[in-house]
Design a binder for this molecule. Structure first.
Ligand SMILES: [Zn+2]
Length: 251
């Protein structure tokens, strides 16, 4: 177990202590904007990564694509984006409307099911806390997905009396998550240097053509501006690119 003093930010465990990672986000493209470079690095380090989407993101986009077609389009785009990072396990939860996500008991139970099935040591989520300085990162669905994920991680996933039918009917035994990485948190405590995986981050976001196609050539500049701002903030050095997180250690 990692030793630390309360009040000090947690630092992540070495990747070699982690075998499986679960990423939980509200919409297709969320994990790619926030963490594609980091996720690509985890894949390179041999970690098995599963991405779970709470909605199909049918409210996204900037053109008049028929909204009934959007769920299938965005599902295909997320699968392609994840493939660019080397992630093959991409799952979508049924029954949640984009823009209407709530940290409901149903959403929590669905996330608990996936946690117990995947058995991740590390889970990457969106912040349940609103970041007022960057309100776009704190879309209400992101807050809801983050809140539901935190509640699912602790206590429900590790408590056998939470939804006992998961054990009785589906043989999904309790599972303890060791570490949570939070994107778009108001207090960022950890940076990952993504300079070497940045090209795959760009490829992943290009795969979300319904969301990024209108940016065309500016997409890469936009992402590198963002990454170098993070690198500067954490002192990674000239020409480096970063992604940053708040880390929770659950022992
Ligand atoms: Zn989103």
């Amino acid at each position: 177990m990692t030793q630390r003093t309360f009040g000090q930010p947690a630092t992540p465990r070495p990747d070699k202590e982690i075998q499986r990672v679960l990423v939980v986000v509200a919409h297709p493209d969320d994990s790619d904007f926030g963490a594609a470079g980091t996720i690509a690095g985890w894949v390179d380090a041999g970690l098995s990564v599963t991405i779970l989407l709470c909605t199909h993101g049918e409210q996204g986009g900037f053109d008049d694509t028929n909204r009934e077609q959007m769920p299938a389009i965005r599902e295909r785009e997320q699968v392609a984006a994840s493939a660019a990072l080397g992630v093959k396990d991409v799952r979508f939860l049924p029954g949640h409307r984009d823009g209407w996500l709530e940290p409901s008991w149903e959403l929590q139970r669905q996330i608990v099911e996936v946690i117990r099935d995947v058995q991740p040591q590390r889970v990457l989520i969106q912040s349940p806390e609103r970041w007022y300085d960057r309100i776009q990162a704190s879309h209400p669905d992101h807050l809801a997905a983050g809140e539901a994920a935190v509640r699912a991680i602790y206590p429900a996933a590790e408590n056998r009396y939470a939804w006992p039918e998961l054990i009785e009917r589906q043989r999904l035994e309790p599972w303890h998550v060791n570490e949570v990485w939070i994107m778009a948190h108001p207090e960022m405590t950890h940076v990952v240097d993504i300079t070497d995986t940045f090209g795959r981050k760009v490829a992943a976001l290009q795969a979300h053509a319904s969301q990024t196609g209108h940016m065309s050539d500016q997409l890469e500049d936009f992402l590198s501006g963002w990454g170098s701002g993070v690198a500067d903030m954490f002192g990674l050095g000239q020409g480096r690119l970063g992604e940053c997180f708040h880390i929770m250690d659950l022992g």
